[in-house]
Design a protein around this ligand. Structure first.
Ligand code: SAM
Length: 228
């Protein structure tokens, strides 16, 4: 029985890497990562020198076999993604499932993720929430937005900067002006921004921006939530 470690990496600020994560990555035989160039920046920063192989959404199925083969040969493997927790809107799930199914040990090494970081910073209720990940670009998108609008509890959505206005417009269409939202952009990075307010104020303010860059999480309050 070999071990597959699921290792979280920083979502922006390299200092958020845990000492346990560094210790584990220094101890494994190989590291599975998404983009080797991205991971090398972090690994070099911490002086970690290990064989890497890439494991991304386009080759995940094929690479699971390779990963299981390595585990069967007794090698210990760590999975990291470009940022945050592997498996959270990132490759990882298939490998973790396969490792369990083949009787290998799975050890999580937790750390940053954009989902809980944004939620905790939003000042919106975080006792119960739904993680929506990325909404589909076209088919099924409206239904998902409507579900968010109808939800009694907080929803968390990952969105790209070039689609944020479209998402805010769709949310506004279903939720109206009086829904609380929080946009968390560039978390833990130099230009970090946490902008919260009612959709009726947030939408025009974001629409008036000349450019929107960086990584974004949108937190949407449940339909009964109010700060009155
Ligand atoms: N595995 C990652 C995690 O644990 O959060 C998520 C990876 S997913 C491919 C990338 C998305 O996460 C981005 O498009 C953005 O929505 C969100 N994200 C990642 N880093 C972020 C950051 N520093 N600030 C805001 N959102 C971030």
């Amino acid at each position: 029985m070999a071990t597959l470690y699921i290792v979280a990496t920083p979502i922006g600020n390299l200092s958020d890497f845990s000492s346990r994560a560094i210790e584990i990555l220094n101890s494994v035989d190989q590291i599975a990562c998404e983009d080797t160039r991205t991971s090398l920046v972090l690994l070099r920063h911490y002086g970690i020198e290990k064989p890497l192989f890439s494991f991304h959404q386009h080759n995940e199925h094929q690479k699971v076999d390779h990963l299981i083969h390595l585990l069967e040969s007794g090698q210990s493997i760590a999975i990291i993604s470009d940022a945050g927790m592997p498996g959270i809107s990132d490759p990882g799930f298939l490998a973790v499932r396969a490792a369990h199914q083949h009787g290998h040990r799975v050890i999580p090494v937790p750390g940053p993720d954009a989902l809980t970081t944004a939620l905790a910073a939003s000042g919106l209720p975080c006792d119960r929430f739904t993680f929506e990940g990325f909404l589909p670009p076209k088919k099924g998108r409206q239904t998902r937005v409507k579900n968010i609008s109808d939800s009694e509890i907080t929803s968390v959505v990952y969105e790209s900067p070039h689609k944020i206005i479209k998402l805010l417009e769709q949310l506004n269409q279903f939720c109206g002006n009086d829904r609380w939202v929080c946009i968390a952009r560039e978390l833990t990075k130099k230009f970090e921004e946490i902008d919260r307010g009612l959709l009726g104020d947030i939408l025009p303010a974001w629409k008036s921006r000349k450019t929107i860059k960086g990584e974004i999480v949108v937190v949407v309050a449940g339909k009964e939530y109010s700060e009155d």
